[in-house]
Each structure stands twice: as C-alpha cells, then as structure tokens.
Design a protein around this ligand. Structure first.
Ligand SMILES: Nc1ncnc2c1ncn2[C@@H]1O[C@H](COP(=O)(O)OP(=O)(O)OP(=O)(O)O)[C@@H](O)[C@H]1O
Length: 230
C-alpha cells in the first residue's frame, strides 16, 4: 500500500523555450498538484524539455516555472537539490567506478555506518547486490538504468522527475521500476511512451509539437493521444 505523498504544486505560466531560433515549447501554462503525473506525446513533442524545466536544467526564455514554491530562475540551486532527476541515458548519471561507490557518493556527508546500510538496502531493492563492486562500465544497459534510478531515490527527494525510466529495461525490470516509482512517498513526474505506465498515474499531460494539448485523467488524455495518432 502506498504511503501518503507530500505533494507540492508544479506551475508553468506562459512558458516558452527557444532553441536555434524556434520555439520548442510554446506558451505552456499548467498547474499540477497530483502525486503521480505522466507526461506523454510523440517523439520531439517537448516532453524532455518540459521535464528539464522542473529542476532548472532548462530555464524558460519567456514565462515562469514554479516548483514547490521555488522559482526556477531565482532559486535554481535550491530547485536542483529539491528535485531528483533520472535521465534517459543512465551513463551521464553514473559518476563512480562501481555501483556501491556511486550510491555512496549520493549520500556523502552522512555517517559512514548509515551510508553502508542504505547502500546495501538500495542495491538489494534494485537487484544489484551481486553487481555492487564490479566496474560500472561492465553493467548492462538496464542495470545502469537501475543504478541511475537508485542513486536518485537513495537521496529521498521530495519530487522525482524520471525521463523515460523504463526504456532500456526488460519486462520484469520495467514492471519493477514502474511499481517502485508509483509507490514512492515522493511526488513523481514520469515522461514515458509506456501508456500502461501512464494509465497507472493519477494525472497525465499530453504534448504535441511544443504545445500542451491536454491535461487530465490518464484515461482521457491517453484517449486524446490515441485519437490523434489515428
Ligand atoms: N538543445 C537543443 N537544441 C536544439 N533543439 C533542441 C534542443 N533540445 C531539444 N531540441 C528539439 O526540441 C524538440 C523537443 O525535444 P524534446 O527532447 O523535448 O522532445 P521529446 O518529446 O522528449 O522527444 P522524445 O520522445 O523523442 O524523447 C525536438 O525537436 C528537439 O530536436
């Protein structure tokens, strides 16, 4: 059973993001207060750009992004600490030679015994115990994705933004990661092409060519998306 989630408000007000002279997100306004939010839409529609706005990795060229009362432009550092971001490409997130060291790095500053027990717990939770001390470069793509996710979850951020967290995973691990994300006590935003995963969220948003096309219950938003895809 899922424990109570401490949700906060995620608000975009007239947000435009431009790259190379064109708007890749255009006038997006939305307020999200659900615990588990799915972000869906076609390739290149702006989902990752939206996700990156939520931790200040991308700043708006116009408009305003406010996450849990933090303004992304004014409070960028605090926002990066508040929001755990899981990248599609796990390689960019693995910083240490082995999984155990990588997880320990996320907890730097904590007492040594606490680090050891939390790292062991995280390795077990993600099925990586027997990979703890192998070179991270020897992990499979899916194992790297699990490690990248574990290294974010271990810090227990209040908001987790996961950009296609199941793309590299087999059926079993995909199910495991989906179950895990949906059961977290943190608020989660999940960018995904997996409509079964989106359907299990509390709320969904649909992007199309840089615009926010729909927001509402996952069933309604998925129906809108399917309708548009013919
Ligand atoms: N730094 C950048 N410079 C130029 N164009 C960019 C940049 N970042 C994103 N884009 C373009 O913006 C559009 C939206 O990209 P984005 O990655 O947000 O889409 P997406 O919906 O996440 O796509 P996918 O499902 O394929 O991952 C794409 O056309 C992409 O090429």
């Amino acid at each position: 059973m899922r424990s109570e989630t401490a949700v906060g408000s995620i608000s975009l007000d007239g947000v435009t993001v431009e790259r190379e002279g064109r708007a890749i997100l255009r006038g997006v306004s939305v307020e999200l207060t659900a615990a588990r939010i799915a972000v869906i839409g076609a390739n290149g529609s702006g989902k990752s750009t939206f996700a990156r706005l939520l931790n200040g990795l991308v700043l708006p060229d116009a408009g305003r992004v406010t996450v849990h009362d933090l303004d992304s432009r004014r409070d960028t550092k605090a926002l990066r600490r508040r929001v755990g971001f899981v990248f599609t490409d796990p390689q960019s997130q693995i910083l240490m030679p082995t999984p155990a060291e990588d997880l320990a790095l996320s907890l730097r500053g904590s007492p040594r015994t606490e680090i050891a027990s939390r790292v062991a717990g995280a390795l077990a939770e993600h099925g990586l115990t027997d990979r703890a001390d192998v070179p991270a470069s020897d992990l499979s793509g899916g194992q790297k994705q699990l490690l990248a996710l574990a290294s974010v979850l271990i810090t227990e951020p209040r908001l987790i933004v996961a950009d296609e967290p199941t793309t590299l995973l087999d059926l079993r691990n995909s199910r495991r990661v989906s179950d895990l994300l949906l059961a977290l006590p943190s608020q989660v935003v999940i960018v995904t092409h997996d409509l079964a995963l989106a359907a299990r969220c509390d709320h969904a948003v649909l992007f199309d060519a840089g615009s926010l096309l729909a927001a509402g219950t996952p069933d309604d938003v998925i129906a809108e998306y399917r309708g548009r895809c013919g």
